[in-house]
Ligand binder design. Structure first.
Ligand code: GTP
Ligand code: SPV
Ligand code: MN
Length: 594
């Protein structure tokens, strides 16, 4: 038995594995109709009209923001839900101590009961998509079945969606990620995001938001992909990819892992300060990097995504002009505030705060209100082609060669502006012990320091100790490894002000790191790594910065920091690579002796 296909639509594939799976899932979810997405512009227009008619999307001012729509999610569904996210491997050990685990059979059983009939009265959208440049050997095909037209439209922006994916899959291959998604009744009590790495399967139910629901993104491109990467000898990471072209036309690439809402999109779209005239910074990716060792012995990265699902608050013409230009057209806005005449607004937007707004929940809002008008995790979904600083290499099937890997957390104390690791192993240690204050990108308390190794704590699809072992092992696989750095844009003074202006001025730190890769600039060796000494950072034209305060290393604070890492290493448990604990002890001894 299969649900009737939308009237007149011929199923666009004869792939028997795909057809059988879609039929099986439809039989369980019982949608009124099944619609196969082709990814065409006509289809996008049709689905948008359907979403507007159903109240899922609200048109914004089409003169000012052509092709832009507003969506407000259920107020109980505004961020990723880490406590409801599960890795479903045969043994608990495979998921490791930092992931929630459920036995695969139990998870299938539990979720099947929720999916049963959940799509009655709704359409099941079949969304075929490719992660990665379509012709790239890196690329992976996924199929997401969803009952949310909002999710289908977002996937149309965030991935290479439709016919391109069915063409890549071909008529017989069973090698595709099987993603099933239903908003069901959007009840947090019946919300589960389950990953079955061994089955290349994702079941997500009860949420329509971001990383919970756009299955190509965190679920496939990080959790499932990190599991594959470990087995196949590559890296799937929560990293931006940036292209830096020098005034002499030399292009170099860096990859950077900062936790959720800690600056990846901003860094990847940065506009250098005036003193750096002639430098061009372009975006290859802003959230995810898949990296493999090339024939030349270097590490090569592709961005599997095709759009940006970016944080709105804090984005303005001064902090991120490229993002502001990117989101002027064909953009979906989720949980931002609006003006009565159909413009968008959020905290940190340029200009005066409007006297009156419609807040993210659709309620009237007045200037001076204690409540935020936009949700702190409100987002824009925009196609990469809108980005004026898009690198042409974003679609290069072979990717781009990485010179430097940058780890960076949000730390108001202790961690200096920039630190270069002594070597690969020490770099892995810096990534593994990275701490960051939590943000609104996930539900739960905000501003609490937690360890977020390589910004992958919520996204690693297997045991954390084995993941860190994989990072250490990569050294043997990469004959010409990137240099590794730790940065912190978020250090604060006693009175709570940022010591470093951040944003475009981060170019000054990027330049130092690029020069360090070529041995073209000085540094001082400290107990913890190399830092720029006075005069090494190019600070021409820099205002409002406390450079000494931002770059300072306080050995007392560091002794405490290193000691507090014991708890984290104990949590990782018996699979923690011994080398990392050794690094910690050696550093602590050095810090105490200094
Ligand atoms: P995800 O999409 O959640 O993975 O986030 P992201 O890492 O891409 O973070 P994003 O660039 O969107 O920045 C998140 C927040 O941090 C925004 O409010 C930014 O304005 C702010 N931010 C980004 N870079 C800097 C910086 O250099 N300094 C300061 N102070 N804030 C920054
Ligand atoms: C993040 O939280 O790291 C994001 C947003 O990029 S989400 O897609 O919801 O994961
Ligand atoms: Mn992210």
């Amino acid at each position: 038995m299969r649900a009737p296909v939308e009237s007149g639509q011929k199923r666009p594939t004869s792939n028997p594995s795909l057809l059988a799976w879609v039929d099986e899932m439809a039989k369980m979810c019982k949608p009124d109709r099944v619609y196969w997405c082709d990814g065409s512009p006509e289809e996008k227009q049709r689905l948008t009209e359907e979403a507007v008619a159903g109240g899922v999307l609200i048109p914004l001012d089409q003169k000012k923001l052509p092709g832009c729509y507003f969506h407000h999610s259920n107020p109980n569904d505004v961020a990723r839900v880490e406590h409801l996210t599960f890795i479903c491997t045969p043994t608990k050990e495979e998921a490791g101590p930092t992931n929630n685990w459920m036995a695969p059979q139990e998870a299938y059983h539990k979720l099947a009961a929720i999916y049963d009939g959940a799509m009655k009265g709704r359409t099941l959208y079949v969304v075929p998509y490719v992660m990665g440049p379509a012709r790239s050997p890196f690329a992976k095909v996924g199929i997401e079945l969803t009952d949310s037209v909002y999710v289908a439209l977002n996937m149309g922006i965030m991935t290479r969606m439709g016919k391109v994916a069915l063409d890549r899959l071909g008529p017989t291959s069973a090698e595709f990620n099987k993603g099933l998604h239903s908003v069901a009744d959007c009840n947090p009590e019946r919300r589960f995001i389950c990953h079955f790495p061994q089955d290349n399967t994702i079941w997500s139910v009860g949420s329509g938001y971001g990383g919970n629901a756009l299955l190509g993104k965190k679920c496939l491109a990080l959790r499932i992909a990190s599991y594959l990467a470990k087995n196949e000898g590559w890296l799937a990471e929560h990293m931006l990819i940036l292209e830096a072209e020098s005034p002499t036309g030399e292009k170099r690439y860096v990859a950077g892992a900062f936790p959720s809402a800690c600056g990846k999109t901003n860094f990847a779209m940065m506009i250098p300060p005036k003193a750096f005239q002639g430098w061009k910074i372009r975006t290859v990716g802003d959230d995810i990097a898949w990296m493999r060792v090339g024939e030349d012995g270097r590490l090569w990265a592709v961005n599997p995504e095709y759009g940006y699902f970016g944080v709105a608050p804090g984005t303005n013409r001064k902090t991120n002009p490229n993002a502001m230009d990117t989101i002027k057209k064909d953009t979906l806005y989720t949980n931002v505030a609006r003006t009565k005449d159909g413009d968008v607004w959020w905290e940190g937007m340029d200009g005066e705060v409007p006297a009156e707004l419609i807040d993210w929940k659709g309620q009237p809002w007045k200037k001076g209100s204690a409540e935020k008008a936009a949700h702190p995790n409100s987002r824009f979904t925009a196609p990469v082609q809108n980005n004026p600083a898009l690198s042409p290499s974003y679609d290069d099937p072979k990717g781009v060669p990485i010179d430097a890997i940058i780890f960076g957390g949000r730390r108001s104390t202790t961690v200096p502006l920039v630190l270069q690791s002594f070597d690969w192993k020490h770099g892995v240690y810096l990534g593994a012990t990275m701490g960051s204050e939590t943000t609104a990108a996930a539900t739960g308390a905000v501003g609490v320091v937690r360890r977020d190794p390589m910004a992958m704590l919520p996204f690693c699809g297997y045991d954390m100790g084995s993941y860190l072992r994989h990072w250490l092992d990569m050294e043997k696989r990469i004959p010409k490894p990137p240099k590794v750095f730790l940065v912190n844009w978020f250090r604060k003074s006693q009175d709570g002000k940022f010591l470093w202006p951040g944003y475009g001025d981060n170019m000054r730190v990027l330049k130092w790191m690029l020069d360090r890769c070529q041995g073209a600039v000085g540094a001082q060796e400290t107990a913890l790594g190399f830092t720029p000494k006075a005069g090494d950072l190019d600070v021409r034209g820099l205002e409002h910065a406390d450079i000494a305060g931002a770059t300072r290393i306080d050995l007392g604070e560091w002794a405490g920091e290193l000691e507090s890492q014991t708890e984290w290493f104990q949590k990782i448990g018996k699979t923690l690579p011994r080398e990392l604990e050794q690094q910690r002890q050696d550093l602590l001894a050095k810090v105490k002796a200094a």
